[in-house]
Design a protein. Structure first.
Ligand SMILES: Nc1ncnc2c1ncn2[C@@H]1O[C@H](COP(=O)(O)OP(=O)(O)OP(=O)(O)O)[C@@H](O)[C@H]1O
Ligand SMILES: [Mg+2]
Lengths: 231, 255
């Protein structure tokens, strides 16, 4: 589904990614684990065209996307939930969802506002409130909901459980598994290992802009995790 | 007087919705009080009321024995109330040290004249604050390039810059990994003890809450629905239902 090959990404003169390689198969849930600031978010921004790589290749469904601007990548069916809650603060919850809407894709069940409200009851109760008046966690829910309205074939989620109440995290885990069953591929970054273990098939451990370890989540080496993910 | 904060019948509505509904609680010196509850329960609104950003519809807030009804945020701040935000607020283009120097500057109630450079003011005091929160090595980095977790530390240093007696922290460990979370909370606990500060904080990370809070209060739809020690709150059936959920309750039991 998504293939990232030999990615080198810089912010100004500082190199953040060093020849990063990732591969996500159709219908797979893959997590990037690693400490703060090791390049997980930068990897996502490179894939989405927000921080384009200096060198390297990225293909989505076999289509090269490393030269595409973010909206083109999005239109191909790759959705992105950034960690810094990107919503329109002056638009209502309903309007935010409308803006995110894209035509349904063949073979995937289309998302509607009603389905999303079932998932996030908080948003249902606040349909006509402007985004800026929502609580932090509600803004996180709206960011996820808005991305789903684009009916993506694959979603990239940067720390989706952050700022959400445990009950909502549990619900989100169920939804992500459901998405997988509907054929959607998912790539996420998480520092909440409990959450990652609940939903993921495979994990990459990232350290200093490189992949240091790759394994199915069930057999993830505690040693590798301790070495690169805890301090 | 050991009470840092006394809140009575605090109430605030937005339009028709009661975001904070008749909430009362106390906080003592040297203690960490966690405020938990579902998303949208009114936690951040409570913080905004306590530090003067919002005006309550009803109720009283007493900080260090002083009624603060109608006080503007900077007056509340001068009383010795430090605060960190759910959404970080630092100057991205300024360095870590400069951000803290600016906070220290306003604590000493000086404004910068155009001929002065921030660079030379309160360097030692500011460096001490950076050391306290463990970010002294990044002193010259621009805040804009910091990882989220590091930014939270800068904010904490800034919140400590007015030598607060009361510290309000809205999700202080958000964006951090488990090890970093517990390290920061241990540092905070240490600071609280030595400086005898009272801390009110929110968190959705239950390991942080149940390990570090002395007491916990629970909000739901703006109402205070439970209060007690970590053990009591964890065992509360209503809290399990509205907030923890089955999976988290079970996980915490095994801890
Ligand atoms: N200006 C406003 N107008 C209308 N409603 C508002 C306004 N500000 C906040 N609210 C509502 O008040 C409720 C409480 O919000 P608050 O930010 O205090 O929640 P919270 O407990 O901090 O949640 P979270 O855990 O998600 O951060 C929310 O439902 C929010 O939508
Ligand atoms: Mg909040």
């Amino acid at each position: 589904m998504l293939k990232v090959h030999a990615l080198n990404t810089f912010y100004g003169k500082a190199q953040i990614l060093f020849g990063m390689n990732l591969k996500i198969l159709a219908g797979e849930i893959v997590v990037l684990l690693g400490r703060n600031g090791v390049g997980k978010t930068t990897a996502f921004k490179s894939i989405m065209g927000i921080a384009p790589p200096e060198t390297g290749e990225i293909t989505f469904k076999g289509i090269p996307i490393h030269h595409l601007p973010p909206h083109k990548t999005c239109n191909l069916g790759l959705g992105y939930v950034p960690e810094d809650r990107r919503i329109f603060t002056q638009l209502t919850v309903m309007e935010n969802l409308e803006v995110g809407k894209q035509p349904p894709r063949k073979g995937y069940r289309p998302w509607t506002a009603e389905r999303l409200f079932e998932l996030f009851p908080n948003l249902a109760e606040r349909q006509n409130l402007i985004g800026g008046a929502l609580s932090g966690g509600e803004q996180q829910m709206l960011t996820i909901a808005r991305t789903l309205m684009g009916n993506p074939e694959m979603i990239i989620l940067d720390e989706p459980s952050e700022g959400l109440a445990p009950v909502i995290v549990e619900q989100l885990a169920r939804t992500i598994k459901k998405l997988k069953n509907e054929g959607v591929s998912i790539l996420l970054a998480e520092q909440n290992l409990n959450f990652a273990r609940l939903i993921c098939d495979r994990a990459y451990i990232i350290h200093q802009g490189r992949v240091f370890h790759e394994s199915p989540i069930d057999t993830l080496s505690g040693e590798a995790y301790a070495k690169y993910c805890s301090v | 007087m050991s009470k840092v904060l006394k809140v009575r019948n605090l109430t605030k509505s937005f339009g028709g919705v009661c975001a904070v509904d008749d909430v009362s609680f106390d906080l003592e010196k040297g203690r960490l009080l966690a405020m938990i509850g579902p998303n949208g329960a009114g936690k951040t609104t409570c913080f905004n009321l306590i530090n003067g950003q919002l005006k309550p519809d009803r109720g009283s807030i007493v900080i260090m024995g002083k009624q603060i009804a109608g006080f503007k945020p900077h007056r509340v701040w001068q009383l010795g109330v430090g605060r960190t935000f759910q959404i970080t607020a630092t100057f991205a283009s300024m360095s870590v040290l400069e951000n803290v120097q600016m906070a220290r500057l306003s604590f000493h109630r000086r404004t910068l004249s155009i001929f002065q450079k921030v660079r030379n003011l309160y360097v030692d005091e500011s460096m001490e604050l950076l050391k306290l929160v463990g970010i002294e090595k990044q002193r010259d980095h621009a805040c804009g390039v910091l990882a989220y977790g590091d930014l939270k530390r800068v904010e904490l240093a800034m919140a400590l810059a007015n030598d607060p007696r009361l510290l309000l922290m809205d999700e202080p460990t958000a964006g951090m990994g488990p090890a970093e979370r517990s390290r920061l909370m241990e540092q905070i606990s240490g600071i609280v003890q030595t400086r005898n500060i009272g801390v009110l904080f929110t968190e959705h990370d239950m390991d942080v809450v149940f390990t570090h809070a002395h007491r916990i209060i629970v909000l739901n739809h703006g109402k205070l629905v439970a209060e007690g020690t970590p053990q009591e709150v964890h065992a509360n059936a209503q809290v399990q239902e509205i907030y923890l959920g089955a999976a988290e309750t079970a996980r915490l039991e095994k801890r």
